[in-house]
Design a binder for this molecule. Structure first.
Ligand SMILES: [Zn+2]
Length: 282
């Protein structure tokens, strides 16, 4: 599943490769992909066609594009890739849409195509003047961005106080911190030397600060590598990122720890697998 670094990689691709994109025509191939206006693909098409995509921001795993019409603000376009959503950047008529094509944005010369095999991805049109969170309601539940000042050891200590929930599960909670999934939770816990099962409330402020720093570092590394490698993630050019090749623990259960040689463990915590080193993590 795309996590923060992958979504950020897609955002950068949209900014750098696509840039400002004048939508001449919008084609909705599968109406389920349109989350707002819900059940109204024609309304979505009418709202988007003739607009220009004028810059993308990311919040958690959501992407939001500014829309302009004749140079004036015209609302926003929200996108969540979910499991397998991806954008493809093509010359117009470069290749016919595959069966998994959900939405097509066409300009005179290019096409920005939203393809989604599992079909859980969503697109929202946010009308001008309507608060973004009112349409993309998932945004209201997001905790701070891991790179923001609001995400610090103090904040973590306050939020986790008295909690017996394993620290690994807490990290996966989007309301605690936005955008972190299994890979980066496992990797940052290894880097901070904290066992994934540790009750959140018992982690000291000093160790929480180590964890925060580790999380930021591993996310930055992965963004630099173009997002991690996993089967479904492709950036706009169809390239797989390459963080996975250098993972400390993620998906390495049964293999020796890169730091100490101990055989790494793989346990299930909160329904997700956790990979960790019994001697490096305490
Ligand atoms: Zn180790």
């Amino acid at each position: 599943m795309p996590e923060l670094p992958e979504v950020e990689t897609v955002r950068r691709g949209l900014e750098l490769q696509v840039g400002r994109f004048p939508i001449g025509e919008t084609i909705v191939c599968r109406s389920r992909a349109v989350a707002a206006p819900k059940g109204d693909p024609d309304g979505f098409t009418a709202a988007l066609s003739g607009c220009e995509l004028a810059g993308w921001r990311r919040r958690g795993k959501y992407l939001v594009a500014k829309l302009e019409r004749d140079g004036a603000p015209a609302g926003e376009l929200g996108v969540h890739l979910r499991m397998t959503g991806q954008f493809q950047w093509l010359q117009r008529e470069e290749r016919p849409p595959c069966p998994h094509t959900r939405v097509r944005f066409l300009s005179e010369k290019h096409e920005l195509r939203f393809v989604d095999v599992r079909s859980f991805g969503e697109l929202w049109f946010v009308p001008l003047g309507t608060p973004t969170e009112q349409v993309i309601t998932g945004l209201t539940r997001l905790g701070p961005e891991p790179f923001s000042d609001a995400f610090n050891a103090n904040y973590l200590r306050q939020r986790l106080k008295g909690s017996s929930r394993p620290i690994k599960n807490a990290l996966l909670d989007q309301a605690l911190v936005a955008g972190v999934g299994n890979i980066y939770a496992d990797e940052s816990l290894f880097m901070a030397g904290i066992r994934p099962h540790t009750p959140s409330g018992s982690v000291s402020a000093a160790r929480l600060e180590k964890l925060r720093a580790a999380l930021v570092k591993v996310l930055e590394l992965s963004i630099g590598a173009g997002g991690t490698t996993f089967s479904d993630f492709r950036d706009l050019t169809g390239t797989n990122g390459n963080y996975g090749g250098q993972a400390w623990v993620y998906r390495r259960g049964g293999e020796p720890c890169r730091q100490c040689g101990t055989i790494l463990r793989r346990d299930t915590l909160g329904g997700r697998s956790s990979h960790w080193c019994p001697s490096c993590q305490r």
